[in-house]
Design a binder for this molecule. Structure first.
Ligand SMILES: C[S@@+](CC[C@H](N)C(=O)[O-])C[C@H]1O[C@@H](n2cnc3c(N)ncnc32)[C@H](O)[C@@H]1O
Length: 340
C-alpha cells in the first residue's frame, strides 16, 4: 500500500507504519538540527525520519524491531536512491544490535507509544528513554528523542532541552535533546517556518494591556505549551516596542501591537475592525455594511449555542470577507485575519 502523508515522495508502507511515520517538514527540521557524521535512528519504523537523516548526515544506522516495517524502510530507501543507511533488524536494546554499531555522534529514537492511554506517560515509551541512554552510553553521549507533546514538564525528569513543535497550526511534537544537543532548557518552533524561540536567562516581564492595539497576534500552541509567551514578547520588543500581552479569557491570549509583525510563531495575525457592545444585531449591521459573509466566533459560549449565535451574526450576510469575533469583559472585538 502506498499512501501520502505530507510526503512529497510517496512512502511504501502498511497502514500502521504510515500512521506513525514522521511528517516530512518535521523529519527535515530534525535532520537539519541533528546534522552530523554518524547517527543512529534506533526505532526507525518505515524510515520517515531515517531517510531525512541520510540527506544531512554522512552515514545512518537504522534499527527496527518489526521485520515488516524495516522491509518497507529498505524499499523506501531504494526508491529514493538512498545508499548511506545500514538497516539492522532487532531490538535496539539488545547487545546483538548495539554490537553492530560504531561510535555515534547522535542516537535518535522516535519510540512507539501505546495507542490509547488515559494520560501520556514517559514510562510507556518503547524503547524507553532511560534504557536507551544506559544501553548506548558506551558509544554516544548525544541523544535525541521524540516524546508525547501532552506531557507536562514534571513528567520529564531529565536534564534535557524540551522542544515543543507545532505543525500547520497544531501542537504536534515534543523533542528532547541531551548532551551537546541541548541548547536551552525549553524551546519552541512552528513548522513550516523558521522562527525558533529558546528560554534565556532573566527577561523583562511582559506588559499586559486591557485593550488591543490595531494588530493582534495569536501565538502558536508550541509557544504557550513551552511556557515561552513572555520570552516571545521580550524578543519581539526589538521589532515592536509596544508589544504586549492581551488576555481575553481563561483560554485565549493574544499579543497586541500598533505595528504589523511577521513571525512563524504566530498562528494567526489579526487587524482590529471594531470594538463594540455584544449586541448581535448591531454587529450584524456593521458586517453587512462592510461586505462580510462569515464570522468565526472565538468566545466562551456553550457548544449547543454556537450555531444560534453564529446564525444570528451572519443573518443576511453575503459578502466575501471573514471576521473573527472575540469577547472580553462583555465587549465584542472584531478582527480580520491579515494575509501574510
Ligand atoms: C513511532 S514509530 C517510528 C516511526 C519513524 N520515526 C518514522 O518516521 O517512520 C516507532 C517504532 O519503534 C519500533 N520499536 C519499538 N520498540 C523497539 C525496540 N525495542 N527496538 C527497535 N524498534 C522498536 C516500533 O516497531 C515502531 O516501528
Amino acid at each position: 500500500m502506498a499512501r501520502k502523508k505530507q510526503f512529497k515522495t510517496e512512502m511504501i508502507s502498511d497502514k500502521d507504519g504510515i500512521r506513525f511515520a514522521t511528517p516530512e517538514p518535521v523529519a527535515e527540521y530534525r535532520a537539519k538540527r541533528l546534522q552530523c557524521k554518524t547517527i543512529a535512528d534506533i526505532s526507525c519504523g518505515i524510515g520517515g525520519q531515517a531517510l531525512f537523516f541520510a540527506k544531512y548526515c554522512d552515514f545512518v544506522y537504522a534499527i527496527e524491531i518489526d521485520p515488516k516495517k524495516i522491509a518497507f524502510a529498505k524499499k523506501n530507501a531504494r526508491i529514493m536512491g538512498v545508499d548511506n543507511i545500514e538497516f539492522i533488524v532487532g531490538d535496539a536494546l539488545s547487545s546483538e544490535a548495539i554490537e553492530k554499531l560504531p561510535q555515534l555522534d547522535v542516537v535518535f529514537s522516535d519510540p512507539a507509544r501505546p495507542p490509547a492511554e488515559k494520560k501520556r506517560s514517559i514510562d510507556n515509551l518503547s524503547p524507553s528513554i532511560p534504557e536507551v541512554m544506559e544501553a548506548y552510553a558506551g558509544i554516544s553521549s548525544n541523544f535525541a528523542f521524540e516524546a508525547p507533546p501532552q506531557l507536562s514538564p514534571e513528567k520529564i525528569p531529565f536534564d534535557c532541552e524540551r522542544e515543543y513543535m507545532s505543525l500547520e497550526g497544531k501542537l504536534n511534537r515534543l523533542n528532547l535533546y541531551f548532551g551537546e544537543l541541548k541548547k536551552a532548557d525549553v524551546s519552541a518552533v512552528a513548522l513550516p517556518g523558521s522562527n525558533i524561540i529558546r528560554k534565556t536567562g532573566k527577561i523583562e516581564p511582559a506588559i499586559k494591556v486591557e485593550e488591543t492595539a490595531l494588530y493582534a497576534y495569536e501565538p502558536e500552541e508550541c509557544v504557550t505549551k513551552a511556557g515561552l509567551l513572555e520570552q516571545l514578547v521580550a524578543e519581539l520588543k526589538k521589532e515592536s516596542n509596544d508589544i504586549a500581552i492581551f488576555d481575553i479569557d481563561d483560554k485565549r491570549t493574544l499579543l497586541s501591537s500598533e505595528n504589523e509583525i511577521e513571525n512563524s510563531l504566530f498562528k494567526n495575525s489579526y487587524k482590529k475592525l471594531l470594538v463594540t457592545d455584544t449586541d448581535f444585531s448591531q454587529i450584524n449591521s456593521f458586517l453587512k455594511k462592510n461586505s462580510f459573509g462569515k464570522v468565526i466566533v472565538r468566545a466562551a459560549i456553550e457548544p449547543e449555542r454556537y450555531w444560534d449565535v453564529r446564525n444570528e451574526l451572519e443573518n443576511d450576510l453575503d459578502g466575501e470577507r471573514k471576521a473573527h469575533l472575540f469577547v472580553k469583559n462583555e465587549k465584542a472585538i472584531l478582527f480580520e485575519v491579515l494575509d501574510h
